[in-house]
Each structure stands twice: as C-alpha cells, then as structure tokens.
Design a protein around this ligand. Structure first.
Ligand code: ANZ
Ligand code: ZN
Length: 819
C-alpha cells in the first residue's frame, strides 16, 4: 500500500500523456468529431484562479466526451496582441514581442500543470506571422467585399501626449492615464468593418443553444427600432434643403416644439446664426470632452444651446427652433431629433429646463386631455391623436401607420428601421497589433497589399516614445514601401487592428493550424465546425461573441464557410470570488494564486475543489480551508481502492451485492447526467456519497465480491474527468491497460438504478384483492401497516374484526377477518 503523493503522480502522468499524445485529435478518425472550445487566454504572464476555474470544468466536460467515444478536439492558444504588452515594453524598456513570448512560455507550463487534455499540436498564437498573415488575408476579403472601409471616426485624443488613446487608457474621470490631461475626442481617418450590414441577421439565433441572457444582451445591443424617417426643411442661402430625423413616434408629429441636432451634426454650421456662434462653439467644445456613456446617461441634467436657426415641420408647416444638445448622439438614427416634450421624457426635461412649449397631442384611452404645465413627466403611452389637425381622433392602433402612410404619399418621409449597432471601428493607433495590409500612394490612393505579399510584417524591435505614441509612426523601414500598383513610393497604414479581429476567427484556425496555403481548408472546416461546445465568460456576451457571429456570416456569404453560426452550444462559467465574496482583484487584496495550492495539494484537488465550489454557471467564494475537504475525499478514495482492490473476487450474488450493483448504476446515472449539464458540483457530491457507502462496507464480506470491485472501477472512471491524475494512477495500480481517459464511459441500466422491489399480493380471507410494489427490504410490521392502510383492503374489511394477519415474506399477505 502506498500513500497518495499527487506531486509525483501528476508530473509523471503529464509527461506520459504528452509522450503518448493521448489528447491529440486526429483529423481522420473513425469516431465522431466533437469540437470542444474554451476562450483562449491573454498571455498576461500568470494563470490565475479564474483560468483554473474555467479550464478545469471545461476540461472535465471534454474528458467525458472523449470517454463517451468522440474524437474530441480541445485546442488552446494565446490571444497575444494587445496593449498590456506595449505598456510593459514602455515601462521596462523591453520589447513587446519578447515580453509576450516569455509569458506564453510560462503560461504554457502552468496550463500543462493543470493536467488538462489540450491538443497542443493545434496551438495558435495570434501575434506570430504565420497566424496574422491570415488575419490580414481576412481583412482583405472584407475589403474586397466592401465590408471594410475607411472614414473619419472619433478617437480618444490626449492633447498633451499628442496621441490617441485606447479606451483602457482613459481613466474613469476622463483623463489620460499617463499625464492626467483631459482626454478629448478627435475625428481621424480610421478603418471600420460593416457589421451593420448584418444587423438583421444577427438578431436571429437559429439552431443554436445559447443562454437566454446572452441572446437578450446581443439583441439589446443590436437595438432594433421600427419607426419613420421624417424630412424637415430649412432655407439655406435661399435654397430649401431637407434634414431627416428618425422617430419611433411619427404619431406625435404635431407635438414637435423644437428640433435638436447632435453637436457634431454637419448642419450645425449651416443653421447657426452669427449672434449664436460663440455659444454654439463653446458648447461643441464641451461636448467633445464627454464620453458617449456620459451622454447617454438619462439621469444627467439636460444641457444645450439654441443655434438661432429654424426648420419647418413638414406636416404642420410650423417653424421649429433648432437647438444642439449632447443627449442627441451623432451615431444613432440621423443624429437629429424632433423634440416632442409632451411625450418623450428627455425632451420633456429639456423643454422644462429651457422654457420651451409643451403641447399634448396624444391622449391615453382612460384619460382626459390636461394642461402639460401640471405634469411632472412626459406621457409616453400610445393613445388617440389630438391637436393634430386632420389626424384628430385617430386611435392608438392606427396612429403610427396612418402618419407614415401620409408621409410616404407626400414624399416627406418613410417607414424605416434603425439599429443601435454601429459599424466596428477596428483601427488602433498602437504598435502591438496586426498591421492593416493597406498602402497609400500619391498617385493610386489607397491600395490593398496583394495577397501573395502577405504577411505585412510587424517590426519586432522598435523604439518607444516617452509619450506612448505608436512607434510604428516612426519606423521608416516599415512605413516606406513601394506601391503595389504603380511601383512608385508609398506609405503603409501605421494603424493596427483591434485584437478582437484576431479572436474572431481563431477557432477556425484550430481546425487547420499549420496550413500555409490557406487560412483553413474547406475539408477541415467542414469536418470540425461549427463548434459543438464553447465555454467562456459572460463578459464576452457582446463583443467577442457578436463579432465572431458577424465574421462567420460574412465569410459564409463570401463563400469561405458552409455555415452561418460558429458556436452551436454556449456556456458561461461563473466567477471565483475571494473569501470575502467579492470579485478577486489586486486592489482588494483578495487574490489567491492557484500555484501554492497546487504545490500543497496537487492539481486534482484544486481542480475538483473549484468544480465543487457551486454550480458552474454561478461561481462561488474561494475558501482555502475548504480545499481540505476535497483533499480528504481524494485520499479516502485512494486508500479505499489501494486497500480493497481484490485480484480474485468472488462471484457471489446476494442482497448485499445487488445493493452495491444498484449503487453503482445510480451513481453512473447521476454523474453522467450532471456532467452533461455542467453540474460538476453535484456530480462530485454523488461520487463522495458513493465513496462513503463503499468505505462503510469495506470490512464486510461483500467487499470481496466482483460487484464491489466493479464499483471501485466505475468510481475511478466517473471521477477521471475531474481528477485525471489520481484516477489514471489507480487505474494502472489496479492492473488496467491503456489510459483511463481513453476507456469507455460506464453505462447504466435504468432498471438497475431503481431500488429493489417485489409485488406483494394482498388477500382478504384468502381472496386476492390487491397487488402492491413494495421495497425488497420491507419488514413484517411495515407490511401490516401498509396493507391495513390500503383503501381496497379497508373496503373489504369494513367494520369486521381482524382475527389473523399472515405474511409470507417477499410474496403475500393475507388478512383473516370475521363479521
Ligand atoms: C420623437 C419622439 C416622440 C420620440 C416621442 C420618442 C417619443 P429608440 O426607441 O431607442 O430607437 N432619437 C432618435 N435619434 C436619436 C439620437 N441620435 N440620439 C438620441 N435620441 C434619438 O429611440 C428612438 C427615439 O429616440 C426617437 O423617437 C427619437 O425621439 C430619439 F413621444 O422622436 B423620438
Ligand atoms: Zn501607386
């Protein structure tokens, strides 16, 4: 008998698994493919508790599938471009690439120490040219299909560092993290991907099994609104010009008492009168400093200025004063709003603040019109149109449609759908990212780099500026090139791509990671994609998961993919919290590094503990003292197996062996169903119960039976997904050949999961009156109680006296009565 020594066991098995490549998923396999994906890590340099939590459970599920006979592909890689590397480089005077690759080395070891069944042959690292060559190729496909375009778009700009900033570099108070200056927004030329072209299709979640809340979040993010575009007019230098608004309430058109433009709207210039110019410019300057989030905050007090200009309401013919206000956003609808203070809350607050008239034009069914001066909020509900000229009396059910029909007939508007979803701004004025494969030529303009000249290599050794500005802007060797179309001198695009581009297609590359001819081959992509199961954090519910869906649909339409949804089934893990129940964070000082616990208890205990913490989608608090409980469980199981494994068991069958058999089938059923549903905690609870029951019988004769030995064997297999090393060791110690992880998942027989019963025949005065299923171990007292309480029996006995009660164990009860 040996002592459980996780350290020795884990290292030995990890080396053996790697040598045997048991987790490599071959492309050609007689088994059915199962693509089991987990969100790949950013190489920050350290695997933290959250990674362990996520990857342990993900791995357990993959192991279940492997043992169930699937050809499981469970790949891992690194999302290796991004700002932290660049910051580290500036701070420590090293190169971003060196920092990143060193972190990857370290994290690879840490990942291997978890003992997860990853197919390392498929590893992808997004910052290496063999990967980003294809990221660039994909960009060119989007460009070719008019889904990538360049235009002026706002960027965070630090006026003192003289550089753009990523959102992460802007502090919560709107200042530059480096110098503390107030960050402004500046319009600069940037690249965007036309995700808006897919807004409608992205709202459909066909044939995919995703958490309801993720679907809702994406749906809200896309933000589909049905309404109308209405063309107001203005006299500009003697000519009548039209300016459109988007409204979801065309029925309120007679209630318009003012008109609001976003401060960035191109018409502000045209409509502002000379006497208002100074105020308007000051306001624009102020709005430029605000983030979009601040601007959308409905709690914020309304601000704005009058431009001095007027537009004409095309339906009522009334002149309407034009204001600018920050609550109107340039990126939504048309960037202009018809102000209806009686029926829109923001407009109501705005009108109250600036003393603009409020006119009721909608009256709810159960109300009378009233004086808006007495209201404390807008009346947003639909209702009958009033004060609306020819539309008066139109009921709520027809009002919007009727006004839209009128607008369309008169050619002053039309029904439209607006989406909150904006095009995806992918330009980053940073160094450590994938170069955008475009050059600018004085004679040819914007020219895409020909595909056979990819990759456009990112310089690996660069000089960082103290201001934090992208070093690419000064890399002459990189910037200066020749035009692919005329051969003249040209300049490369110095911006790099958002790293979300790299992660929008990494799961495709895993199917064909070493392909030097294509991003992926049609054969491989068809064999493996779409992903059968994807696991990752809910924080990616919108960006990463939406971008990936967009990529998939766009590439399908370009003919590169035969499907439109990348991830069939999605699961979000919960979060490991500190012992204080708060999110683990350095600033709170409640971060637990997994390494020391792995050192003390081994990976199997840490993995199992994390899975035992609570429901996998709920997470839970990490309490170091509770690791002991799981550690003891593994030790007790180790002792049980090593002490009671019997090489020559008896074939005896009796009530005790049958009870063990039932326990085994019940446990298989519980664990299988729990694991299928990501209920790792209850699966472990079932295994702990089974372990206790077997330990109780360890000293009794049944422990020598083949049934008992079978139970031990099954336990090893059921525990293998959670604790892969200890179970592999026990598997071999008990004489099994081959890896337990390639063994066949135990099957259960539904009938054997039921408690043993027999049919009790019940007689009254020797005549059969009833039959009941009763537990096999029922005793005579219980039988008597049960029989006499049975309604059928009672009806035959009536008020007669019971003379005798006869019980033939396991078969029959006879009640003898006399009237
Ligand atoms: C007049 C009106 C009357 C409106 C009324 C609402 C209620 P959702 O539902 O989110 O699509 N709007 C339009 N463009 C805007 C912009 N760029 N920035 C801020 N607000 C904008 O909202 C659509 C409504 O939001 C539009 O309908 C418009 O106000 C405003 F009783 O028009 B509404
Ligand atoms: Zn040229």
């Amino acid at each position: 008998r040996t002592k459980y020594d996780p350290k020795e066991i884990e290292q030995r098995w990890q080396a053996k698994w790697e040598a045997d490549q048991i987790y490599h998923a071959p492309d050609e396999s007689p088994k059915e493919n199962f693509y089991h994906l987990v969100m790949f890590p950013y190489p920050s340099g350290d695997l933290h508790m959250g990674h362990w939590y996520n990857y342990s459970a993900h791995d357990a599920f993959g192991r279940l599938k492997r043992m169930q006979g699937y050809n499981v592909m469970q790949p891992i890689g690194f999302d290796a471009f991004g700002l932290p590397a660049e910051n580290a480089a500036i701070k420590r005077g090293i190169q971003a690439r060196d920092w990143t690759l060193a972190n990857i080395e370290r994290m690879r070891d840490q990942l291997k120490a978890m003992g997860a069944g990853w197919d390392w042959q498929r590893e992808v690292v997004t910052c290496l040219p063999e990967y980003y060559k294809w990221t660039q190729w994909l960009f060119l496909q989007f460009y070719k299909h008019n889904l990538a375009y360049r235009t002026k778009a706002p960027a965070n700009w630090c006026p003192s560092c003289n550089t753009t900033l990523a959102n992460e570099q802007v502090l919560a108070d709107g200042t530059c993290e480096r110098c503390g200056s107030i960050v402004e927004r500046r319009e600069i030329d940037q690249w965007l991907l036309k995700i808006s072209a897919y807004a409608e299709e992205l709202l459909k979640f066909e044939d995919i099994d995703w958490p309801e809340k993720t679907v809702t979040m994406q749906t809200n993010w896309i933000g589909r609104s049905e309404g109308a575009e209405v063309r107001f007019t203005a006299e500009i230098e003697g000519k009548t010009e039209a300016i459109s608004v988007f409204t979801t309430r065309p029925d309120t058109i007679y209630g318009v008492t003012f008109f609001v433009l976003a401060p960035e709207h191109p018409w502000v210039e045209k409509l502002t009168t000379p006497d208002r110019r100074a105020d308007v410019e000051a306001y624009i300057e102020q709005a430029r400093r605000e983030s979009e989030i601040e601007r959308m905050n409905t709690e914020k007090e309304k601000t704005g200025v009058f431009t001095g200009g007027y537009v004409t309401n095309p339906v009522s013919g009334e002149p309407v004063p034009v204001w600018i206000a920050d609550y109107v956003l340039m990126g939504y609808g048309t960037g202009a709003v018809m102000g209806v203070p009686a029926h829109d809350q923001r407009d109501f607050e705005f009108a109250r603040k600036f003393g603009l008239p409020i006119r009721q034009v909608i009256c709810a069914e159960d109300e009378e019109p009233s004086d808006p001066a007495t209201w404390d909020s807008a009346k947003a509900a639909l209702g009958t149109m009033i004060n609306s000229g020819p539309f008066n009396g139109t009921p709520a059910s027809e009002s919007k449609a009727r006004v839209i029909r009128y607008l369309e007939e008169k050619g002053i508007g039309k029904a439209t759908v607006s989406y909150r979803l904006r095009d995806w701004l992918i330009s980053r004025q940073r160094y450590w990212g994938c170069p955008i494969p475009i050059v600018y030529c004085d004679s040819c303009g914007m020219v895409p780099v020909p595909e056979d000249q990819l990759p456009v290599r990112l310089p690996e050794y660069v000089q960082f500026k103290a201001t934090g500005e992208s070093p690419l802007r000064y890399e002459k060797d990189f910037l200066n090139t020749t035009c692919p179309s005329c051969g003249g001198p040209a300049t490369r695009e110095a911006d790099t791509m958002d790293t979300f581009i790299c992660s929008s297609w990494y799961y495709m590359r895993y199917t064909d990671p070493h392909n030097n001819e294509e991003a992926w081959s049609q054969k491989r992509i068809k064999e493996w994609m779409p992903v059968d199961q994807y696991v990752g954090g809910i924080e990616h519910a919108i960006l990463h998961l939406l971008y990936s869906r967009f990529f998939t649909k766009a590439l399908r339409d370009m003919g590169h993919l035969p499907f439109g949804e990348p991830f069939k089934r999605l699961f979000h893990q919960g979060m490991v919290l500190g012992p204080d129940g708060q999110k683990m964070s350095k600033s709170r000082g409640n971060v637990e590094a997994p390494d020391r616990y792995v050192e003390k208890y081994g990976a199997d205990t840490v993995r199992s503990y994390l899975m035992f913490l609570g429901p996998f989608d709920a997470g839970g608090s990490f309490k170091a003292e509770n690791l002991e409980g799981v550690w003891r469980f593994l030790n007790r199981f180790w002792t049980l197996v090593t002490e009671s494994w019997n090489d020559n068991p008896t074939n005896e069958q009796n009530a005790e062996t049958r009870a063990i058999e039932r326990l085994r089938h019940k446990t298989i059923k519980r664990v299988t169903e729990d694991l299928e549903n990501f209920h790792f905690n209850t699966a472990l609870a079932a295994l702990m119960e089974c372990n206790n029951a077997l330990i109780k019988q360890q000293k009794s004769p049944v422990a020598n039976s083949a049934e008992y030995r079978k139970a031990l064997e099954t336990m090893m297999q059921l525990l293998a997904p959670m604790a892969p090393h200890i179970t592999e060791e026990l598997w071999h110690l008990t004489g099994h050949q081959g890896s337990i992880h390639l063994s066949e998942w135990p099957h259960y027989d539904e009938a054997k999961t039921q408690d043993e019963t027999f049919t009790l025949v019940i007689q009254v005065n020797g005549k059969v009156r009833e039959r009941l299923e009763v537990p096999a171990n029922i005793n005579e007292g219980e039988v008597r109680q049960l029989v006499l309480a049975t309604p059928k029996v009672q009806s035959f006995i009536g008020d007669a006296t019971i003379q005798k009660f006869i019980y033939v164990p396991g078969r029959l009860a006879n009640v003898v009565v006399r009237k």
